[in-house]
Design a binder for this molecule. Structure first.
Ligand code: ADP
Length: 351
């Protein structure tokens, strides 16, 4: 007390805990402190303790309110996003779901009302086939909408511990699943296996198969089974061909899905990876598209830290590319650094 020239110390106590001390020097008058002074100062220190407690409670409250407000704001932003997605889905449902539903409804009503009773069997089968086809389209659209909403609600994300997978097998599986569709559309589906074994990538097989599958399915949808091409003097009929390739590129694993179909108008290419986007020449060829397939592909590939893009020429065909980073590059760099550290420590005699 002498060192700091203090004459009197008043403890500040809250709930039996010392939270501070008021230190007073000697009185200006140089007189000694009296009993009245002590009483007055004791009251003052009590009141100061209460005031400090209130202030700290207030600060805590403010922190709690701030964090709760932030929480509510975050939830609000998320809710707004979900509502936006929901209203977009309602828009799309009214457009895209209406066509197949009206066919199914029309044909079944005709049947129930007996309009088909006297039709020959082949004709009846044709109508039944229309119901079956439209049901498949309905199912596809609903699956697309569900997948897109899954990605929208941020459920899809590649985590740090995502496994390493053989990409060749994933693509081969996607091709296999598309075989029947290719046969039905009478299009040659060619799977060009890589010449050398490919390095593994980090990813979710299920999602990557879905992404490649969407590109193959689009290529099959937007390629006629045959078309006429002009040659020097005559016209020649060529078959619809969809080719799937995968190779190791200097920047990673490059997947290519190419077709000789209708192509995409140059000025519409960029928008196609957005939700519900469809090119003007596609709607005539395939009425029941959801416009969600490429959006889903982009979300999946972005999630894998990859890239997706397209090169296309109208009436000649399109090639969609997916570039995925090779797994282990970072791990390899990590082990090189570890090795360097070991060498350094050995050199400088550290353990
Ligand atoms: P959908 O096929 O259901 O319309 P997608 O999101 O899969 O939706 O594709 C968006 C649009 O991109 C298609 O409507 C079409 O205009 C265009 N497109 C996609 N793939 C091809 C392709 N291989 N050839 C031509 N156009 C394509």
């Amino acid at each position: 007390m002498k060192r700091i020239e203090a004459s009197l110390c008043l403890p500040l106590i809250i709930k039996n805990k010392l939270i501070g001390i008021i230190v007073l020097g000697e009185k200006i008058s140089k007189d000694a402190y009296t009993k009245e002074d002590f009483d007055l100062l004791a009251t003052l220190s009590n009141q100061a303790s209460v005031a400090i407690e209130n202030a700290s409670l207030y600060n805590n409250m403010e922190e709690i309110v701030d964090s709760q407000t932030k929480d509510i704001k975050d939830k609000n932003i998320r809710l707004e996003k979900l509502l936006k997605v929901q209203s977009e889905f309602l828009d799309i449902s009214s457009h895209q779901l209406r066509t197949p539903v009206s066919v199914i409804k029309g044909v079944t009503t005709m049947m129930l009302e007996g309009d088909m009773d006297n039709l020959p069997k082949e004709k009846k089968n044709k109508f039944l086939q229309a119901i079956a086809d439209k049901s498949v389209k309905l199912e596809n659209i609903i699956n697309d909408i569900l997948s897109a909403s899954e990605f929208d609600s941020a459920k899809f994300a590649i985590k740090a511990n995502t496994p390493q997978i053989p990409i060749e097998k994933v693509i081969e599986d996607a091709v296999k699943s598309s075989k029947l569709e290719a046969e039905q559309r009478n299009i040659d589906l060619i799977w060009q296996k890589p010449l050398k074994p490919l390095p593994e990538i980090r990813g979710e097989s299920r999602y990557l198969e879905q992404a490649v599958g969407n590109l193959i399915s689009n290529a099959l949808k937007y390629t006629p089974s045959t078309k006429m091409v002009k040659e020097a003097r005559a016209q020649r009929e060529i078959k619809g061909v969809v080719k799937v390739e995968v190779s190791k590129d200097k920047d990673g694993i490059l997947v290519k899905v190419s077709d000789n179909g209708i192509g995409i108008p140059q000025d519409e290419v960029k928008k196609l990876f957005a939700k519900f986007a469809r090119a003007s020449n596609a709607t005539a060829m395939y009425t029941d598209g959801s416009g969600l397939g490429l959006f889903i592909v982009k979300e999946i590939i972005d999630g894998h830290k990859g890239k997706v893009w397209v090169e296309s020429e109208i009436d000649k065909g399109s090639t969609f590319y997916i570039l995925l980073p090779v797994a282990g590059k970072v791990d390899a760099i990590g082990s090189i650094i570890k090795e360097e550290v070991k060498v350094y420590n050995r050199y400088y005699g550290k353990k």
